[in-house]
Design a protein around this ligand. Structure first.
Ligand code: PLP
Length: 378
């Protein structure tokens, strides 16, 4: 093979997909692996896409996104305390596109990105692809919160960004006001971007403090958002990035070179999504969360309080095996699939996703319970 860009050398396949594929080989295996809502996209959103197609909204959109959607996004974000103009909004291909544009747009080779860990693996992947250096800030010993000492210890003259994801994938935890204050104190007024990956913000079951609305950091915040999770629109592939105007003017050029623009009729449907009440889905996730928590506690398992998203990060250290072994055995011996914490940079835990339906969830937890009993009786 003719050599490729050497920054691609350390990239690996997603561990989530790997374990999902392993589970697919076991007939009837219950999948508690993927962060994919089991709900269908709400009808009004689908109807808006059909209507846009019928109206001929099938041509190139402006690179930045259609104006009605950017205005709706700006109004939506401003209603919760941001102070942005529609010209600062870039419509992207999911939060994935927003993260890719943000990180590749700000990093020079050798620049460091602090990633509070456990973390969604894409931050590391994109940082590496851009020639940057991912720096894990291990939160396991600090109750999955950011302490001043731990963060200060990682800051260097090459620190270019920190990525915040709250509610978090894979832990479901929310960063406290104190954690965010520690971040603010460390970065305010310095040449460090704060990338807020807020894709689970609408799926919070407790108050969720958020730095993206902090006026003192307005020149440093890059907000990445998505339609995927709250509106059950993972396959539509739409998200957005908001940042300081002059930054966005430059990042637009990168986005235009990658995807030109998000499909026009899909953007039309997203205007409707923002006006759609998805409270019932949120309530259903919360009920499933409560059900899982009660059952896992009865099994004697430990995990940080899941306050958002649709994940629980179970501590498997008492079982004396690593997460890969635990998950492989759970799939093969019990027919229930989870993802090892190592896929999120945190050994000793497994991620359980509760975004599948209640029936599957009950079956999966029954199987997990039986598996744990067999483990403890040898
Ligand atoms: N950020 C986090 C924390 C995620 O969990 C995901 C998807 O699972 C994404 C970003 C990407 O979302 P999107 O579907 O909008 O690309």
């Amino acid at each position: 093979m003719i050599p490729l860009n050497h920054h691609l050398d350390p990239l690996q396949r997603s561990g989530i997909r790997r374990f999902t594929n392993m589970a697919k080989e076991v007939p009837g295996c219950v999948m508690l692996t993927i962060g994919e809502p089991d709900f269908d996209t709400p009808e009004p959103i689908k109807a808006a896409a059909w209507a846009a197609l019928a109206q001929g909204q099938t041509h190139y959109a402006p690179n930045q996104g259609i104006e009605p959607l950017r205005q709706a996004i700006a109004a939506y974000e401003n209603a919760r305390g941001m102070a942005c103009q529609s010209s600062q909004v870039l419509v992207t291909v999911g939060a994935t596109g927003a993260l890719y544009t943000a990180l590749t747009g700000i990093l020079d080779p050798g620049d460091e990105v602090i990633i509070p860990t456990p973390a969604f693996s894409l931050y590391e992947t994109i940082t590496l692809a851009a020639g940057g250096v991912p720096v894990a800030l291990d939160l396991r010993a600090d109750g999955f919160q950011i302490t001043e000492a731990a963060l200060q210890a990682l800051l260097t003259p090459r620190t270019k960004a920190i990525v915040l994801n709250s509610p978090n994938n894979p832990t479901g935890t929310i960063l406290s006001g104190a954690s965010l204050e520690n971040v603010k104190q460390a970065v305010a007024g310095r040449g460090i971007y704060v990338i807020c990956d807020d894709v689970y913000r609408q799926l919070s079951y407790a108050p969720c403090p958020d730095l993206s609305v902090d006026p003192d950091l307005k020149d440093q915040i890059l907000l990445c958002q998505s339609f995927s999770k709250p509106y059950a629109m993972t396959g539509w592939r739409v998200g957005y990035l908001i940042g300081p105007q002059e930054v966005m003017d430059r990042l637009l050029l990168l986005h235009a070179a990658q995807v030109a623009a998000v499909p026009t009729f899909i953007q039309c449907a997203c205007v409707t999504a923002l006006a759609t009440d998805v409270g019932d889905m949120r309530q259903a996730y919360q009920a499933r969360r409560d059900y899982c928590v009660a059952r896992l506690e009865r099994m004697g398992l430990g995990f940080p309080a899941p306050e958002g998203a649709f994940y629980i990060f179970v501590d498997i250290r008492p079982f004396g095996m690593d997460g890969e072994t635990f998950c492989t055995r759970a799939i093969r011996e019990a027919g229930v699939a989870m993802v090892p914490g190592s896929c999120f940079g945190a050994e000793g835990f497994v991620r359980l996703s509760y975004c599948c339906g209640q029936e599957q969830l009950a079956k999966g937890l029954d199987r997990l319970e039986a598996f744990l009993k067999r483990l403890s009786t040898g």
